[in-house]
Write a protein that binds this ligand. Structure first.
Ligand code: NAD
Length: 370
């Protein structure tokens, strides 16, 4: 016999594991019903830490399925083949992956390699005629980002950026409230993004591979968040860098940057990006009639938050499961996401990063045209 306690436990467990999609999309029904519609067949390029997380999460996606891998490490390919039942013909390395163009069983490649490699790899995938999902930052500067957008347009393939927070329920509730005018005129956003980075020999600490330091890796969350939280594109930026450990954080690898953004409606954002401060994962948005706070704001979860109306109690989801289903719907069905995730969106963040680095150097306000 089932007790009420058992039932509640089951309910809680299902709420935690059942991915949620916003009601407006009517896809919330999607997870509770059997699915036999189109499926995006995905190959992951770069079988590292985040690639592994995406692959695990995609096992619960309904519209996206992992069918292929691209890696420079044969032993990893073997492990993934047996874990995910990936046939030999869907396995590539960094030399031969252009051949994916002849593989009718792969629709899209998810590029999850170090930042500086994204540019060439995305362009090669586009030339092979496959849709591309690329991890953030999309590239290491706006010039490269523009070339990627152009290459994907030319090849007539979609380019999406792995902005998982754009599908996260607490985040989307604040976006909904702001759009509905519940916060009134938006006046201020604060974005704090950072953590203390460990091993100095990792690629994230190498300018050649990372393209920069904390800003490229984690500060981008505050940049991107300021845009979807305020709901406007910034028109200027100022920025200041502090470096307490120049031995660890070499030339071109930023340790900590504070930056400010100005928006056309008069709102300002004050943000912090750091590789040397822990517990930095907080967004705060305020307007004339109310406020919203997320803390943690962009970690893998659970995301928590409150507004002037009280605690947010949206469902807790596995971000990458929902992201992959939503991205499959964008690619296969032309679905319009609430917050864009396309190459143009990634490019805007790169333009802001370029301007932040320029402002650090010049010490002046840099104007932005997004
Ligand atoms: P990682 O070091 O764990 O994995 C990188 C993978 O790339 C490894 O498998 C490595 O073997 C491979 N690789 C291929 N060529 C390489 C080269 N020349 N040098 C070094 N490695 C090479 O890194 P990660 O944490 O998986 O990050 C990969 C990308 O994913 C980055 O762009 C990062 O910003 C992004 N990322 C996004 C999120 C997110 O939440 N959206 C989280 C973590 C990482």
């Amino acid at each position: 016999m089932h007790s009420r306690r058992d039932f509640l436990q089951k309910l809680t467990a299902s709420a935690i594991t059942l991915p949620f999609l916003p009601k407006a999309t009517s896809l919330d029904e999607f997870y509770s019903k059997p699915y036999d519609g189109p499926v995006l067949r995905v190959a992951i390029m770069g079988l590292g830490g985040y690639g592994t997380r995406v692959a695990e999460a995609m096992q619960s996606s309904k519209m996206a399925k992992l069918v292929g891998v691209i890696s420079g490490t044969p032993s990893k390919i073997k492990d993934w083949q047996s874990k995910y039942k990936i046939p030999e013909k869907n396995c590539y390395n960094y030399e031969n992956f252009d051949q994916i163009k002849n593989n009718a069983d792969i629709d899209a490649v998810y590029v999850i390699t170090p930042n500086a490699l994204h540019h060439d790899q995305v362009i090669r995938v586009a030339k092979a005629g496959k849709h591309v999902i690329c991890e953030k930052p999309m590239a290491i500067n706006a010039k490269e980002g523009q070339e990627m957008v152009d290459a994907c347009k030319k090849a007539n393939v979609k380019l999406l950026v792995g902005y998982r927070m754009h599908f996260e329920p607490h985040t989307l509730e604040i976006v909904r409230m702001r759009k509905a005018g519940e916060l009134g005129k938006i006046t201020f956003f604060q974005g704090l993004s950072g953590f203390k980075i460990g091993d100095p020999s990792q690629w994230r600490m190498n300018k050649q591979l990372a393209g920069g330091g904390s800003m490229m890796d984690i500060g981008i969350y505050a940049i991107n968040g300021s845009r979807y939280m305020v709901g406007e594109e910034p028109i200027w930026v100022t920025a200041q860098e502090t470096k307490t450990d120049p031995q660890k954080f070499k030339e071109g690898v930023d340790e900590t940057i504070t930056f400010q953004l100005g928006f056309p409606g008069g709102a300002v954002a004050s943000c912090l990006s750091s590789y040397n401060i822990n517990n930095l994962d907080r967004f705060f948005l305020t307007g004339d009639n109310g406020f919203a706070e997320l803390f943690p704001a962009t970690g893998y979860g659970p995301i928590k938050g409150r507004t002037h109306k009280g605690e947010l109690n949206q469902p807790i989801v596995t971000h990458q499961t929902v992201q992959m289903d939503e991205m499959a719907a964008i690619i296969l069905q032309g679905k319009q996401p609430i917050v864009p995730v396309d190459g143009e969106e990634g490019l805007k963040d790169l333009k802001i990063i370029d301007a932040i680095y320029a402002a650090v150097k010049s010490g002046k306000k840099e104007n932005l045209k997004l």
